[in-house]
Ligand binder design. Structure first.
Ligand SMILES: C[S@@+](CC[C@H](N)C(=O)[O-])C[C@H]1O[C@@H](n2cnc3c(N)ncnc32)[C@H](O)[C@@H]1O
Ligand SMILES: O=C(O)C(=O)C[C@]1(C(=O)O)C=C[C@@H](O)C=C1
Length: 247
């Protein structure tokens, strides 16, 4: 994947536009997400460990909001159940184009990869096949809040017994002191990864209307309301967490 450093917000901008997953973002995305999301490499690595337990033979696995396909690549390499395939979906043309290229080069580097299909589509409009594993890795937070319940309900309906949804999100916290401290620590994480105060401030105004995090309590209740039976947090680093939701 591209090694280009994320300098998108390094120069003062006359006006900071709302954040979109366009060509500029796609080009620097591996660097951006690693330097912005505490624990991201650990989450991606371990999604394939979790998936290996939940993936059922001869079923479809979904990577929803796949960006450049980091989760898809991990699933293709590490899920060994017979006859599985991965469907990777994103509604950003720039992401889908690069994702397809990266998956193509993965094909030439490794043997015995799961087959994959990359689709440019809105996940809200997707007709789900029966599935044993759905990954929403930092995607739900970009979906309009009022559309989140219906998306989760449709995923729940498509999930087969023994399968799972893996949901990773930035969290907000209902306790004001906890929220303030973990937000401050997240900014320290960005500084420690070389982002300047200007980059941090401009990225924040670009993203604040576009990415709307929920609390763990809100996620849990919404997943239960959508018909999931169990919600288990398996990872948290500062204000970023990942949950397993069981059908
Ligand atoms: C933070 S990125 C996800 C990172 C990726 N899952 C990973 O692990 O590297 C969010 C992605 O969700 C996509 N996205 C947002 N809304 C979407 C929608 N309604 N349908 C499909 N993709 C969407 C964006 O284009 C973006 O690529
Ligand atoms: O919370 C932030 O400041 C972020 O930059 C987070 C986040 C994310 O969680 O997806 C937002 C957009 C970028 O795609 C990468 C990281």
């Amino acid at each position: 994947m591209s090694q280009e450093p994320d300098r998108l917000f390094a120069q003062p901008l006359a006006q900071v536009a709302d954040f979109v997953f366009n060509e500029d973002v796609a080009r620097v995305f591996p660097d951006m997400i690693k330097r912005s999301v505490p624990g991201y490499p650990t989450i991606v690595e371990n999604i394939s460990v979790l998936a290996a337990r939940f993936a059922q033979p001869h079923t479809t696995l979904y990577d929803l909001g796949c960006s450049l396909g980091a989760v898809t690549q991990a699933l293709r390499r590490h899920v060994r159940a017979d006859g599985c395939r991965v469907i990777a979906v994103d509604n950003s043309a720039a992401m889908v184009e690069r994702c397809s290229e990266y998956l193509h080069s993965q094909d030439s580097m490794f043997q015995e990869l799961l087959p994959v299909e990359v689709i440019e589509a809105d996940i809200l409009a997707l007709a789900f096949q029966p599935t044993s594993l759905v990954a929403l890795n930092f995607t739900l937070q970009f979906i309009a809040i009022e559309r989140r319940p219906e998306l989760l309900a449709r995923i729940r309906q498509a999930l087969l017994p023994g399968g799972a949804l893996i949901l990773s999100e930035k969290l907000r916290f209902e306790d004001a002191i906890e929220d303030e401290l973990l937000t401050a620590l997240h900014l320290d994480f960005k500084r420690a990864n070389g982002y300047s105060e200007l980059e941090i401030a401009q990225k924040r105004s670009a993203i604040e209307k576009v990415m709307l995090p929920d609390s763990l309590q809100t996620h849990r209740q919404r997943l239960l309301d959508a018909g999931f039976s169990q919600v288990l947090p398996w990872f948290q680093c500062l204000n970023f967490a990942s949950l397993i939701a069981l059908p």
